[in-house]
Design a protein around this ligand. Structure first.
Ligand code: ADP
Length: 307
């Protein structure tokens, strides 16, 4: 049986407008350009894992608006099994993003269908017996995320959690997490420890291990990532040197790629290098799902870099 990565999470349309400078309150300005870009952390991670060759089921919801079918088709085009995606009356998850000339952004998130379903509506769509791991983020209702964590614990399925957007977690919840992948801001919110590089990421991640997490990966942007686990020494993987143009979905690409590598049985250092290469490629392109590379591109970068 081919083991699946199961993602229970958000599916969004990112509506991006580029402007010279942000409008002041009450002001109307003209946009320089508009793009509709499929995103949402759950969907991005599902696409990243699928483009890396994993068998992936997406569990979540879209709305009944005109974006809904586009969002489902986009997942399916990347090879994601969308049979776990519900349709809920109302609008699909929407992120209205304005980006100015300097690259600064303003984002308004409208959860819509992502926040409109309960655990009871999706529990039958999770293929527990085939799951290598279940990937969770923080863009759907917390009650659903927590219920999935608890059921995964009962069934012995590892929970991979990306606490983004950042949230404070009860100590008991940390004990339900097998793998926690998070960036510097998120680990600071959870542990209170300021992290600005690999050195201080290790003790901060250690606090999560003490609370019951099995392995932690702290992503550090262009400084790479650090892995800390219950067994073995911490591993620091530097970032690949690339020309970054848009870091949207860097973390999501890293997580999906790492999950796919782990599902194949790659050892941790190799899985981390693979994820670092995938996310480095993602930052060289615009958009969320549009920027996520396929496996052959990632393998080419690894080979070219001699890693
Ligand atoms: P998030 O998107 O969650 O904030 P990070 O910014 O930490 O996550 O990025 C995730 C991963 O993406 C990093 O660990 C790194 O491997 C890769 N990455 C991010 N920015 C760059 C960059 N400028 N150059 C190369 N790789 C990058």
């Amino acid at each position: 049986m081919v083991k699946k990565i199961v993602v229970v999470g958000s599916i969004n349309m990112d509506l991006v407008t580029n402007v010279e400078a942000f409008p002041r309150p009450g002001e109307t300005i003209h946009s320089l350009g508009v793009a509709y870009l499929p995103g949402g952390k759950g969907a991005n991670q599902a696409v990243a894992a699928a483009r890396s060759g994993a068998s992936v089921r997406m569990v979540g919801a879209v709305g009944t608006d005109s974006f809904a079918q586009t969002l489902i088709d986009n997942l399916a085009d990347s090879g994601v099994d969308t049979s776990g995606v519900l349709r809920k009356e109302g609008h699909s998850g929407l992120a209205v993003i304005t980006v100015d000339r300097s690259g600064e952004n303003h984002i308004v998130l409208a959860g819509g269908s992502n926040k409109a379903f309960g655990y009871g509506e999706i529990e039958g769509r999770i293929p527990w017996d085939e799951a290598h791991a279940v990937l969770l983020q923080n863009e759907i209702d917390w009650s659903v995320t927590e219920a999935v964590m608890r059921e995964a614990g009962r069934r012995g399925v590892p929970v991979w959690f990306n606490p983004a957007p950042a949230l404070k977690l009860e100590p008991e919840v940390l004990g339900l997490i097998h793998t926690c992948i998070l960036n510097e801001t998120e680990i600071e919110v959870i542990t209170g420890a300021k992290v600005s590089g690999a050195d201080d990421a290790v003790p901060a991640a250690g606090r999560l291990l003490e609370a019951g997490v099995r392995q932690v990966v702290v992503t550090l942007g262009d400084k790479g990532c650090v892995w800390v686990g219950r067994e073995g020494e911490p591993v620091h993987v530097p970032a690949f040197k690339v020309q970054a143009v848009d870091t949207t979905a860097a973390g999501d690409t890293f997580i999906g790629a790492m999950a796919a590598a782990s599902c194949e049985g790659k050892p941790v250092p190799e899985a981390l290098r693979y994820a670092a290469a995938a996310s480095a490629l993602a930052v060289t392109r615009h958009g969320a799902q549009a920027s996520i590379p396929a496996r052959d591109e990632v393998e080419r970068l690894l080979a070219d870099a001699g890693r």
